[in-house]
Design a protein around this ligand. Structure first.
Ligand SMILES: Nc1nc2c(ncn2[C@@H]2O[C@H](COP(=O)(O)OP(=O)(O)OP(=O)(O)O)[C@@H](O)[C@H]2O)c(=O)[nH]1
Ligand SMILES: [Mg+2]
Length: 677
């Protein structure tokens, strides 16, 4: 089994595939038009045949030339089946808006048009059907009315073509226009990760489970390992069909029937989705830009219950308006959807919302962020981030992902992200993420680090903030410990992260903050700390000596008095040999200076501490070690008494000295005696 392939660039597959869809009021001739164009009757359900109307989506295809076949999705016009129309509408690139010449613009003509407009479908054709039933004068009146209706929508400049399936008039023109329009369409969906929302699932004997749907991005091949969402279950692709033909791969913009191994068709429902394993996270919270349609009867109130339609799914939920209490018809606002069930979505996905009851279309928009947390309303910072996402400017969006800790991706550490993390977070193909990140690195906005074999990319502001905390912590440490040359890295990290939690929130520290909680509390994470420290070392602001970190310009600040005391104390230790003075004796003699001087001598590694209060001069220890080695070589393992006699030290020092030698692995105790290692 292989992983679903990631195309490197659009060059991997030249042709841009597109899907055509119908739209329009009930009985206006959508299914008849598709049949006239393709010869295929898309009304396949017995109930559809009996009632003479379309209930669910119908599928056909049109051969543009010998090598090119496009899918057509025929939708129902009945007001009760708008939800089915939406399942088909979200994936289409070219719409045929069908209006019967005898009937003119009707309620679902308008509702479908609103939907097309909200979904951002820019390419379309307006087909005036049943031309045989009207006079030329009437047709002219309808044409004017249609023009008025579409003005200000994405179909404002769409050609209007009168046809009749009875006389065949206009059908050829319609086909020519479709070809012309397709030539103008540019969709760059191939450089996306594979996604296919499911609109049907059934069993074919001998094959098993088959699902169908539009491929929104990337490609899928036979034997690929894919994932079904929201269950996140791994499956294998057994076979693929596109417009009735067996293929080995299917591409973005095609409708495919995928034969799946490892699952039964009854386990799958419309609205579920196939994708690359691990790429998408099902979510119940979505940040979005929402527009209310102009013709909406009422403003949309905060927390209104709505039906949320995205790709082939429909879930109930509430809309939280983030910057106002009500959204007026025709207005646009940043909002958050709190859904009652999981949906699978990518940034920039289009959605439609409908009133809860009775169901009618009220608005729609685009997804800004899916792996999100609940946001508080009227929060400047959160709104600022959403505005960047709404702008659609990819470098800004990727940069923001590096600064935004609202964007907590499960299992990942915030602030240090790999190309793969960004691909999943921002929903872009890894090759696109790599390019955008490279651009930001070049500008100096992002910094790349390789720490213990792991690559991580961090925003320079984040590093600057961590650097500042390290420097503050180090200078505080020096101030409190004037005669210590520095601090060990692990100790510094502990102090820095503790400091983060209690530090006053400066402007800088708030860079990545968009909700309550300590800013950069995650600096405890070793990666960021190590990265920031490495920069400080490179910049020669921090130095490391004997495993201890200090500020580059830090010097032991010792007063002449302390220095004098240190010299005298060292002399006393050297003179005393193996029976040195105790700390108490030093303090009695030199007072506070004595204590500082001892610390200084320890820091300079001239004095060694055996046990609290027992200090020895390093030279005396070296000499003692030589004596012990010689003694043991000559006489074999040595007892405490022998050590005492040999060194001439007192009982008070003998045991701590030997234990010290054990601790530094110079000697080893076996029973009552010691051997030299
Ligand atoms: N005279 C005439 N009748 C037509 C023409 N096109 C469609 N009709 C008739 O109009 C009726 C409805 O046609 P359909 O194609 O089922 O309409 P539809 O838009 O698919 O309807 P729904 O799917 O239910 O929304 C049928 O009886 C067709 O025969 C036409 O060009 N001329
Ligand atoms: Mg129909």
């Amino acid at each position: 089994m292989k992983q679903a392939s990631l195309p490197q660039s659009s060059a991997a597959h030249h042709i841009e595939h597109i899907i055509i869809g119908t739209a329009g009021h009930i009985d206006h001739g959508k299914t008849s038009l598709v049949k006239a164009l393709t010869g295929i009757d898309t009304d396949r359900l017995p109930e559809e045949k009996r009632r003479g109307l379309t209930i669910d989506l119908g599928f056909a295809y049109l051969d543009l030339d010998e090598n090119r076949r496009v899918s057509i999705v025929d939708v129902p016009g009945h007001e009760r089946f708008v939800k089915n129309m939406l399942v088909g509408a979200t994936s289409i690139n070219l719409v045929l808006l069908v209006i019967a010449a005898d009937d003119g613009v009707m309620p679902q003509t308008i509702e479908h048009l609103e939907i097309i407009n909200l979904l951002g479908i820019k390419h379309g054709l307006i087909v005036l059907t049943k031309k045989d039933l009207v006079t030329d004068e009437w047709l002219a009146i309808v044409r004017e009315d249609v023009k008025k209706t579409v003005s200000g929508t994405s179909l404002e400049h769409a050609p209007i073509i009168p046809v009749s399936v009875i006389t065949g008039e206009g059908i050829e023109t319609c086909e020519t226009m479709i070809k012309e329009l397709i030539a103008q369409i540019q969709v760059r969906n191939s450089i996306r990760v594979f996604r296919m929302p499911i609109d049907r699932s059934f069993t074919i004997s001998g094959y098993g489970c088959v699902v169908t749907g539009p491929i929104l991005g990337g490609q899928v091949s036979v034997e690929d390992e894919i994932e079904i969402l929201p269950m996140k279950r791994a499956l294998r692709v057994r076979g693929i069909e596109v417009t009735g033909e067996r293929v080995t791969s299917a591409f973005a913009g095609q409708r495919a029937a995928v034969n799946l191994a490892g699952i039964k068709s009854v386990e799958i429902q419309r609205g579920q989705e196939l994708s690359l394993p691990g790429y998408l996270q099902p979510t119940k919270i979505i940040d979005a830009l929402l527009r209310l349609i102009k013709s909406a009867k009422n403003p949309l109130k905060n927390r209104a219950r709505i039906r949320f339609h995205l790709n082939t799914s429909e879930v109930m939920g509430r809309v939280v308006l983030l910057d106002r209490d009500a959204l007026k018809p025709g207005e646009e606002a940043l909002c958050q959807f709190l859904l009652e069930d999981f949906v699978t979505t990518e940034r920039e996905d289009r959605f439609i919302i409908r009133a809860y009851s009775p169901a009618y279309t009220i608005g729609g928009g685009k997804v800004l962020r899916n792996n999100t947390v609940r946001l508080k309303r009227f929060q400047e910072k959160a709104l600022h981030i959403l505005k960047i996402l709404a702008s659609g400017n990819l470098p800004d969006i990727v940069e923001q992902a590096y600064l935004d800790n609202t964007h907590v991706y499960r299992g990942e550490r915030p602030f240090a992200f790999t190309v793969g993390d960004i691909s999943r977070q921002v929903n872009i193909h890894p090759s696109v993420a790599e390019n955008v990140i490279a651009g930001l690195v070049k500008k100096g906005l992002l910094l790349k680090f390789l720490i213990e074999g792991k690559e991580g990319i961090v925003h320079r502001d984040v590093i600057a903030s961590v650097k500042e905390h390290i420097l503050n912590t180090l200078s505080a440490f020096h101030k409190e410990n004037p005669v210590k040359t520095g601090i060990e890295e692990s100790q510094l990290r502990a102090l820095v992260s503790a400091g983060f939690l209690s530090a006053p929130k400066t402007e800088k520290a708030r860079v990545g903050k968009s909700r309550s909680g300590p800013p950069f509390a995650d600096t405890t994470q070793p990666f960021l700390f190590t990265a920031a420290l490495s920069v400080l070392k490179n910049e020669k602001v921090v130095k490391i000596m004997d495993n201890k970190l200090s500020l580059m310009d830090f010097k032991l600040e010792v007063s002449t008095k302390d220095k004098g005391a240190a010299d005298k104390i060292e002399e006393a230790f050297l003179k005393a040999g193996f029976t040195p003075p105790s700390l108490q004796e030093i303090i009695t003699k030199f007072g506070a200076s004595g204590k500082t001087a001892i610390s200084l001598l320890v820091e300079q590694k001239k004095l060694m501490m055996l046990e609290n209060g027992l200090y020895f001069h390093a030279m005396a220890l070296t000499k003692l070690k030589e004596l012990v080695r010689t003694h043991v070589t000559r006489n074999g393992p040595m007892s405490v008494a022998q050590f005492r006699d040999m060194s001439g030290t007192t009982r008070k020092y003998a045991v701590p000295l030997l234990e010290y030698f054990d601790a530094i692995h110079f000697t080893k105790r076996t029973g009552d005696v010691r051997v030299v290692l």
